[in-house]
Design a protein around this ligand. Structure first.
Ligand SMILES: NC(=O)C1=CN([C@@H]2O[C@H](COP(=O)(O)OP(=O)(O)OC[C@H]3O[C@@H](n4cnc5c(N)ncnc54)[C@H](O)[C@@H]3O)[C@@H](O)[C@H]2O)C=CC1
Ligand SMILES: O=C([O-])CC(=O)C(=O)O
Length: 309
């Protein structure tokens, strides 16, 4: 299979690096609008093959979509990242036109591709990719919840003094500082609810740290993060190409599920060779459903901007 990653910046290159190391495809194409950037990063990564022992062929392209032809999976990371003090939503003015153009170009050459959207504001960019592509909804997946859930586990593991690998924890809703919903009631340490070990105050601190996880990193680094976003993007690609049927929180088109319609929002889904294959109903309680509805309202008002494009 061929996989394309659009945007060879911090996140795109890290997604590509993880895909190559895991040998998720025979051929990997990196594409960027900036002259030489994708070719250079592809060559640099290629030179790690003899050190890391992988056989994936990696090529770069400066905006030549014919090189991406026949891709089975395309990951969109093109667009600007936020700076300290900004919200993801403020990126919409620049990124909407980029994501729209990229989606159209990709589909001209890879009409059967499964598209993963990473560019921010991710929930609205996923909606935009769905609308501008017209392809079946199962082939458009926004990546945010996998990353947010990994951060949730990171903060939980610090609070519990345990390995993040022994934790089960999911973030649903929007991929925004105020719209994401870490489902603390369902978080477990090897099947035992974390509320058994953490006070209400400790749990609330984990939830609020998780919600501003991206902003915390942006403040420290001066631009947004890439290691965990890159690993999260590759985990999603892996579940598709290996048909793993992982249960991940992803941004997908809702048609009544979780009480919402005409919106793309983060919910638990099964990911396999057909893209997202099924939404799993977590049976939210009244408070969680109210938070989900509030998150949907915020994302929906952001989506209104798409009508002006
Ligand atoms: N959904 C998520 O969980 C996450 C989303 N992000 C988002 O991912 C995006 C990329 O972030 P970074 O890689 O850090 O930014 P970056 O600035 O390092 O890379 C973006 C790349 O996109 C390229 N680009 C711009 N317009 C293009 C076009 N029309 N066609 C092809 N390439 C184009 C740029 O030349 C640049 O190389 C941002 O919008 C950021 O907010 C970042 C982390 C996590
Ligand atoms: O924080 C940002 O702007 C980038 C992002 O989406 C994340 O790292 O979660």
């Amino acid at each position: 299979m061929k996989i394309t990653v659009v945007g060879a910046g911090a996140v795109g290159a890290t997604v590509a690096d993880n895909i190559a190391r895991k040998e998720l495809c025979e051929e990997l194409v990196l594409l960027d609008i900036k002259e030489g950037l994708a070719e250079g990063k592809a060559l640099d990564m290629t030179q790690t093959a003899a050190l890391l022992g992988f056989d994936t062929r990696i090529t770069g392209s400066t905006n030549d979509y014919s090189k991406t032809a026949g891709s089975g999976v395309v990951v969109i990371t093109s667009g600007i990242p936020r700076k300290p003090g900004m919200t993801r939503e403020e990126l919409i003015g620049t990124n909407a036109n980029i994501v729209k153009g990229v989606t159209e170009n990709i589909l001209k050459h890879s009409p059967d591709a499964i598209i993963i959207v990473i560019s921010n504001p991710m929930d609205t960019m996923t909606m935009l990719a769905l609308q501008s592509s017209g392809i079946p909804k199962n082939r458009i997946i926004g990546m945010g919840g996998i990353l947010d859930s990994a951060r949730f586990k990171c903060y939980l593991s610090a609070a519990l003094g345990c390995s993040p690998n022994d934790l089960n924890a999911t973030v649903i809703g929007g991929h925004g500082d105020t719209t994401m919903i870490p489902l603390i009631r369902y978080a477990t340490w090897n099947s035992v609810p974390v509320s058994t070990f953490l006070s209400e105050e400790q749990q609330q601190k984990v939830v609020s740290d998780t919600m501003v996880g991206g902003a915390t990193l942006t403040k420290l680094i001066g631009t947004s993060a890439w290691y965990a976003p890159g690993a999260a993007g590759a985990a999603l690609v892996e579940s598709i190409v290996r048909d793993e049927k992982r249960l991940f929180s992803c941004c997908v088109s809702l048609e009544g599920e979780y009480g919402q319609s005409d919106i793309c929002l983060g919910v638990p889904v099964i990911i396999g060779k057909n893209g997202w294959e099924r939404i799993v109903d977590y049976k939210l309680d009244e408070n969680e459903q109210a938070l989900f509805n509030k998150s949907a309202d915020a994302v929906r008002s952001m989506n209104d901007v798409l009508k002006t494009l």
